[in-house]
Design a protein around this ligand. Sequence first.
Ligand SMILES: Cc1cc2nc3c(=O)[nH]c(=O)nc-3n(C[C@H](O)[C@H](O)[C@H](O)COP(=O)(O)OP(=O)(O)OC[C@H]3O[C@@H](n4cnc5c(N)ncnc54)[C@H](O)[C@@H]3O)c2cc1C
Length: 478
Amino acid sequence: MTASERFAAVVVGAGPAGLTAAVQLAEAGIRIALVDAGPRPGGQFWRHAEESGTRGQHDRPALRRLLRELATHRSAGLVDYRPGREIYLITGGPGERRVELRPTAAVVPSEGESVIAERLLLCPGGHDRQLPLPGWDLPGVVAAGGAQALLKGQRTLVGRRVIVAGTGPFLLPVAVGLARAGATVLGICEANHPGRWLRSAAAVAGAPGKLVEGAGYAAGLARHRIPYRSRTIVGEIRGDDRVRSVRLDRLDRAGNRVRTGIAELAVDTVALGWGFTPSLELIMMVGAATGLGVDGSLITEVDDRQRTSQPDVWVAGEATGVGGAALARAEAELAAGGVLDDLGRGSGADIRTARRANRLRAFAAAMHRAHPVPAGWPDWCTPDTLLCRCEEVTLAEAERATSELAARSARQLKLFTRCGMGWCQGRICGPNVARLARRAGEDHDDADDLRAMAKRTLAVPVPLGELARLSDPGRRPR
Ligand SMILES: Cc1cc2nc3c(=O)[nH]c(=O)nc-3n(C[C@H](O)[C@H](O)[C@H](O)COP(=O)(O)OP(=O)(O)OC[C@H]3O[C@@H](n4cnc5c(N)ncnc54)[C@H](O)[C@@H]3O)c2cc1C
């Protein structure tokens, strides 16, 4: 058991945001720790399989440059990079936070460890957002992000006959990637209509790189003959021991179902994606303020240098609102600049980076306006549709809690039904439970409902031995 090392700054997450911030801080001569749950730097965006290096990655030159600089700063002793470590707990107060890490499950077991952070720069990213629908608990149903992660990280195809459904531009690379890898992609079902982008033409024009990216995916759809159906959802997933087929339904402009059964397709895999939602465990753990984002998600509140309501904590990337890798990197530059200013080593606000971040934020807001989660989703479900898969709570049980037990908040729904109390601790069902609570009661504070479902005492599940180590640091965990 080694003593906890102290760092002027600890960066959490080695995705586009964390990597960018770590390199910038090290460039300024600050010795930092960079902690990441993944086995390799890159996060969700650059999730490369080891043997393939950076091949097939988006924005490969940027990734290569960051990896090169990370290696240089590590050899110079400026970056203590700790991959394969999940942070499960942060205790203490400003200037003296104790960060507890333990090996990520897939990595060779070793002892837990901790570091002391005088400043924290949190870049934990986000995760897939999901909606319940009949049959979504059948084997063969996967998150669109999961399908992409398996393909990029493990070179594994989730299925042979796949339908990709939900909303948002992310469905495009998933469908094209699966088709390119050899799957038959029977279509993309997009719940909204692409014409909604026209409402935000100025914001779209301000991010020309995104237009080029979109055009590339459109060409990919054409090349692989992947049909794109707008205002269409997978209304029911059918099967026995696994997925066999899907029924497609039509939505109106407001996201209400207007026709059931416009088509039925035989598939073995359904990849569902309703965008992403920020990962806020660590942010809430340190007591930083949160609020509602444009898409109705709970996000970290930050100032124009990415500083949170906690003076020693900065946050960059998806955790301040989902906006993609380019925005994550721009925010990371602002945050690292803020940390350097705090250390007396900075050169003040970088106006050009701030402008770039603002343009990308405007694009992200346009994306959220063009691809909202349809408010009518509870009406697509049947009474026995599972709302919380971990605790097997059905929609009917949740509705009974509101009608018979007068549950009026997400917290009450959770207490009455146990939804959100299982393995995923509400990461999947949390926003949906909050939505049902809003439907049941008036005068709702949506952010409070989301906070009730997002607060976790520990950020990730840990063995009891790890907790014992906290009270008896000499003890070796098993
Ligand atoms: C599953 C998935 C697949 C995606 N695929 C694509 C894609 O193909 N194309 C695209 O344009 N966008 C994709 N995105 C979105 C894109 O990844 C993000 O826009 C971008 O990565 C944001 O960068 P970030 O640094 O904020 O977060 P991330 O890249 O998510 O990085 C966050 C890092 O923090 C680490 N972390 C989180 N919590 C902890 C903890 N408690 N302890 C230690 N480490 C922690 C994570 O392991 C991760 O490495 C995907 C997102 C997800 C969730």
